[in-house]
Design a binder for this molecule. Sequence first.
Ligand code: XIL
Length: 460
Amino acid sequence: MVTRTSIGPASASPRRHSRTHPALVFGLTALLAGAGVTALSGTADAASTLGSAAAGKGRYFGTAVAANHLGETPYVSTLDTEFGSVTPENEMKWDAVESTRNSFTFGAADQIVGHAQGKGMKIRGHTLVWHSQLPGWVSGLAAGDLRTAMNNHITQVMQHYKGQIHSWDVVNEAFQDGSSGARRSSPFQDKLGNGFIEEAFRTARAADPAAKLCYNDYNTDGVNAKSNAVYAMVKDFKARGVPIDCVGFQSHFNSASPVPGDYQTNLQRFADLGVDVQITELDIEGSGTSQATSYGNVVKACLAVSRCTGITVWGVTDKYSWRSSGTPLLFDGNYTKKPAYDAVLTALGGSGSGSGGGTAACSVSYSKATEWSDRFNGTVTVTAGGSAISGWSTTVTVTPPQKISATWNGTPTWDSGGNVMTMKPNGNGTLAAGASTSFGFTVMKNGSGAAPTLGACTAS
Ligand code: XIL
């Protein structure tokens, strides 16, 4: 077990809350993928979720995830239904994975990665080199040793997840707030100088050439002295061939730090340097229409910039947000969709349920139960999304010459070929928000052990 007392952000910016978090205990649970759950899931009609609507625009829509909530059914069903990408909120940070020098602990991060992979989600890596959530032993090193430790950290962590991470935040928050445009004081900056950022990116490219390498920061969302300084660095990197692929804009907003009027302009000028831009930690304090409008504006800005490849919100539900008192996310503490959710879905070109009710969502997942030489049993779990549902329907397709020979806990109908089964509830199909039910079936192999494919879950 790793026990971590989280460290609040060190910045003096007024919108950066210096709240103290309770100690979080991360269980080193085995990979979920080990449970034999096959990676199949589907959701209601194509553009009725954030992830599917964003995919329709060629983008991902993700969320920060905390491993210690993965045992909570409505948390997981909202995650699985709505999002196509995850960022571990704390589990890949230096203090979580290398609290003791050269002794790496990946349990909690692996749990998130395993879950995401089981659902076909993308994974953002966050973060390799940052002044915060940094163990004391790192700050205590002299320059030469610190350089070795930094490069070893990057290499070990990236190699552990090699080929599995879509984008890595290689360096996080290396610039000061305010008008100076200077680098922030940190053990890396103070002992290694400006060159530490370049060195980190070069090391990262060697460790996992397939991962996109991002610089990530906050208060860089509009055109200002801090973003100008980051812009100059990225421009210099591109000119000199230092490997950098993307810039992350954290986008933590509130009334003191609202969405800048030149947000899109700023994203575009970075994109014009030849890097992708990503919105990496979006949350907007507020409620109702004004919060919804701000969210919609952020999404529209991203969609207007062709190199804005995706958006990540910094948490699933207000109740677990790092700034929960500001209710900055898309789902409230009961996983009910907020007006901000509707605004995001609409801006993404999606349609569907929304906070006002209407067609609710559900998701489905498959696991294989008992297997014999000639047949196996399958179980499909149907889970309601953030609202209660009164009925559901999903399809199970087997590969001919396989045949489904028996079913239970559902009412099946068949297509003419006999290999696509549409399953509906047996009688009462009511499920509370986040609640689950299961049905089962037997597949006669007839020579093929192929896993069945699930279609989308349609709720009513
Ligand atoms: C925050 C997490 O959300 C909190 O749980 C933790 O206590 C502190 O860090 N910028 C970042 C993120 O890059 O890693 C921070 O996440 C929020 C600010």
